[in-house]
Design a protein around this ligand. Structure first.
Ligand code: HEM
Length: 374
């Protein structure tokens, strides 16, 4: 039963060892909201988030100790449950700074980081606007799904009349590891996911690749969050031969070792060739194209989750990867996603949702999330 401190130089939920469950919500702010209202909302959210991550109910009186004649301050479903490693991470979307029709609702347009812009269109994108974008994102991760859902539910309830959920996503079975203390979990394609991820135990890489610099100064110690809802064409994948599946990824399915040989954590050798002279790791293999060698040394901290949203009308699972990455600049994601234009995996996946957020640094005790922005 882990408890992660809410306050600190960086927000929790980025380099924190990835928890098992996700509830992610993207909010749109009410048109009537003023700048002061926005600040108050962030203060209210900060107070509630600090309580919940400590394993406590929100408000002064929680779920059952308030007046009989008022709705309880906390919804109650996490009573008796531990903190379960809950982290709550907030991010600001481009539309917080300026609406798509150019309005500067909160006097923040000049404070928008140049790096924070709607992602460009990528080849093969099939995005639905109703599951993309949003003014403010909240990522709740926990080892108990009820704890993660309780967090988003109560934050949404607190925001009533001020912000409403535009889209949200439940996720399970972390498809990544952000600490060397964690075993690598598997995605719904059955492959180990997160082997070559950035790990918290490598602070040099984290500093160079994950934490934003001081331009603009309010983002110092923050990061940029990219989310991509990636549906898997699972039925097609499940009919592909094992050797085809392994060619597509560039690693073997059992141990997760690169096809150039060795064990899970052996570095891939992209120049190794087999008896026929063909590269052991295919030219179009996902790990070749995503590797730093192909991307001028660029890396991402991946923190995604599996999802299954029931099924479609043809009886196919509506399932895939809710991809989450943190980077010091969204350009890192853009560059790697562009280099994945010829990825063999593309035949088996479709990007259906997309969002980008500026994640401010952590709040100090007594302060609130995003305080440096105002
Ligand atoms: C590596 C799966 C989408 C970036 C991997 C690995 C797997 C995998 C199995 C190898 C194990 C590992 O190192 O984690 C998938 C699946 C995807 C997907 C199933 C979609 C459904 C993406 C996207 C990006 C990305 C959209 C970024 C634009 C990476 C990176 C690596 C990686 C940077 C590490 C490469 C290396 O350094 O060796 N992915 N991935 N992946 N993937 Fe993905």
């Amino acid at each position: 039963n882990a408890v992660y401190p809410f306050h600190g130089a960086h927000q929790a939920g980025i380099t924190t060892p990835v928890q098992d469950r996700l509830h992610f919500a993207s909010f749109d702010l009410a048109d009537s909201l003023t700048r002061d209202d926005l600040v108050q909302l962030l203060k209210d959210w900060t107070a509630a988030a600090a309580k919940m991550t400590a394993g406590q109910p929100v408000g002064e009186t929680g779920a059952v100790d308030g007046p009989e004649v008022a709705p309880p301050e906390d919804t109650g479903e996490a009573l008796d449950l531990p903190a379960a490693g809950l982290t709550i991470t907030f991010g600001f979307g481009p539309t917080l700074f300026q609406t798509t029709d150019g309005r500067d609702r909160f006097g923040l347009a000049s404070r928008r980081p140049a790096a924070l812009a709607v992602l460009p269109r990528f080849s093969g994108d099939n995005l639905s606007p109703e599951i993309s974008g949003g003014d403010i994102a909240i990522q709740a991760c926990a080892d108990d799904p009820q704890v993660a859902v309780h967090a988003i539910r109560n934050l949404s309830r607190i925001a009533f009349g001020r912000a409403s959920i535009r889209w949200s996503q439940l996720g399970f079975g972390r498809t990544s590891s952000t600490s060397t203390s964690q075993l690598t979990a598997r995605n719904l394609m059955g492959f180990k996911d997160g082997t070559a991820n950035i790990k918290a135990e490598d602070p040099k890489v984290v500093d160079a690749q994950v934490w934003a610099d001081g331009d603009p100064s309010w983002m110092a110690g923050g990061s940029y969050l990219v989310t991509r809802k990636i549906r898997m064409i699972i039925e097609t994948w499940d009919r592909a031969q094992l050797q085809e599946q392994e060619r597509v990824i560039g690693r073997n399915k059992g141990a997760g070792a690169p096809l150039s040989g060795g064990a899970e954590f052996t570095a891939p050798d992209f120049s190794a060739t087999g008896a026929t002279g063909k590269p052991l790791i295919d030219k179009a293999a996902h790990v070749r194209l995503a590797h730093p060698d192909q991307n001028k040394g660029t890396q991402l901290l991946r923190r995604g989750y599996n999802y299954v949203d029931g099924n479609d009308q043809l009886g196919r699972l509506d399932a895939g990867l809710f991809f989450i990455s943190y980077q010091r600049d969204p350009q890192q994601f853009i560059d790697i996603q562009r280099s994945l234009a010829t990825d063999a995996l593309k035949e088996y996946i479709r990007h259906v949702g997309s969002a980008v957020f500026a994640v401010p640094p952590g709040a100090k005790a007594g302060g609130f999330i995003g305080q440096q922005l105002f």
